[in-house]
Design a protein around this ligand. Structure first.
Ligand code: ATP
Ligand code: MG
Length: 433
């Protein structure tokens, strides 16, 4: 018998029960991204190698040692399996003129390839959900992407993912910082590891991104890029923070956050958890205003992030799995007039983007209410012929006794539910702050 072939190390299969959770998460995230105006784009998995060298930077972990590159045996072209999505997305935007005289909000999902040492949360084929915005230079879009991510953690029910924020300023500011950083690092020649020695004069900022604990400790005292920011960079960074404070998103400033790719400027951010060991960064991104020009396009400010799907699912699992897929409202009814009002009310609620389960199958109110409770819905709407006669419904909160049960006009139902949810949200954010 011939030997059974196995999948490549670090490139695992994702089998049915798990693949189902993947789809649920991808769909949920796509819905939210679309709410913020993001549109899907699909780029090829293979790109010309020079794209990544130019976009990511020659002196980076990815380009120096992690890319799957090969020569096309038919025409000799140098090709690479994409290690990330931003470069290909920017290439597509330039090639098709997508950001000419307009803005673009784009997202994609799919496999990325990096030749790393496989371990939990680190694979050779892994998946990212990537989001990129082109043509917007103010702090709003940076902050809005962060708000969008915070909302995703809330949707999925994931507490304790911390937001770290930094600004890398502009090229001139980094030049001044770089000179001081090199002088400072030279004092630690004997502690520097091989990577750091090699990068000392080519890309010293990357040394701050080291995964070597001994170096991390030393880097705590290095000159802070934040202290070199000019007025415009500082104002932009302050603008981002202001919006986050206004909406109640907590964050920490991490002056040593530099990101492993060269294209970033100004805002950079990472969402990290302590629950996944060393592979704790779930999502990372920032602004990259010069990338499009660097790849031959017209100057186009841009900002984006990528989420690691394996790490996100690992965290969901560590957290007890996905929250149950419950409807917002379960609608029970008894009687002919009640049934007609029930269908109309359900449609009205769906107009307002609520998920509604309309009871079908008769039964007493008591047995219908048991089903409402078991569905996990937050609210039950109860309609009998008595209510229907006056165009009323009973709105009952199934989990909050303070709300209780209220008889209201059928057409007021969406407002009342929305007000209740807004108050609850405000209370939650007050508590968080
Ligand atoms: P790390 O510091 O963990 O190597 P990175 O800075 O190289 O991450 P990015 O290039 O910013 O990562 O990619 C964005 C996200 O993609 C990461 O935050 C992480 O969630 C995920 N990711 C990156 N590399 C891998 C990998 N080899 N396996 C699984 N997920 C990954
Ligand atoms: Mg990496």
């Amino acid at each position: 018998m011939s030997k059974i072939l196995q999948s490549i190390r670090g490139m695992p299969d994702i089998l049915p029960p798990e693949a189902e959770a993947w789809e649920t998460i991808e769909n949920l995230i796509a819905c939210r991204l679309q709410q913020y105006g993001y549109k899907p784009i699909r780029m090829p998995i293979v790109e010309p190698t020079p794209l990544f060298k130019r976009a990511i930077g020659e002196v980076t972990d990815i380009v120096e040692k992690e890319m799957y590159s090969f020569t096309d045996s038919l025409n000799g072209e140098q090709l690479t399996l994409r290690p990330e999505g931003t470069a290909g997305c920017a290439r597509a935007v330039i090639q098709h003129g997508l950001a000419n005289q307009t803005t673009q909000r784009l997202y994609y999902m799919g496999p990325m390839f990096r030749h790393e040492r496989p371990q939990k949360g680190r694979y050779r084929q892994f998946h990212q959900i990537g989001v990129e915005a082109f043509g917007m230079k103010g702090p709003i879009v940076d902050a809005e992407q962060i708000l969008m991510i915070a909302r995703l953690w809330d949707d999925i029910g994931l507490p304790g993912i911390r937001l770290q924020l930094n600004s890398l300023g502009e090229a001139e500011e980094r030049v001044r910082h770089r000179a001081d950083l090199i002088t400072w690092l030279e004092k630690f020649q004997d502690i520097l590891d091989e990577d750091a020695k090699r990068r000392l004069y080519t890309n010293p900022l990357r040394i701050l991104d080291t995964k070597n604990p001994a170096l991390q400790e030393m880097c705590a005292g290095a000159p802070r890029l934040l202290d070199y920011l000019g007025e415009a960079s500082r104002a932009h960074f302050e603008g981002v923070q202001q919006i986050l404070r206004d909406v109640g998103i907590p964050f920490e400033i991490n002056p040593r956050l530099v990101r492993g790719l060269d294209y970033y400027n100004r805002t950079v951010f990472e969402w990290v958890t302590d629950r996944l060991g060393a592979q704790g960064t779930i999502c990372a991104g920032g602004r990259y205003d010069s990338l499009v020009e660097q790849l031959g396009g017209k100057p186009t400010p841009a900002c984006g992030f990528a989420m690691g799907v394996e790490r996100l699912l690992g965290l969901i699992e560590a957290n007890g799995g996905l929250p149950p897929d419950a409807p917002d409202i379960y609608l029970v009814h008894q009687g002919e007039a009640a049934r007609r009002l029930a269908v109309q009310t359900a449609e009205r609620l769906r107009d307002a983007y609520k998920t509604v389960l309309l009871h079908d199958g008769g039964g007493s109110f008591k047995s219908q209410m048991k089903k409402a409770d078991a569905s996990g819905a937050e609210f039950a709407v109860i309609i009998g012929d008595d209510e229907a006669a006056t165009g009323d419904v009973q709105l009952k909160h199934l989990r909050d006794e303070a709300f209780g049960q209220q008889r209201i006009k059928a057409e007021a139902i969406d407002d009342i539910i929305s007000n209740y949810l807004t108050e609850k949200f405000d209370l939650n954010t007050e508590r968080k702050n």
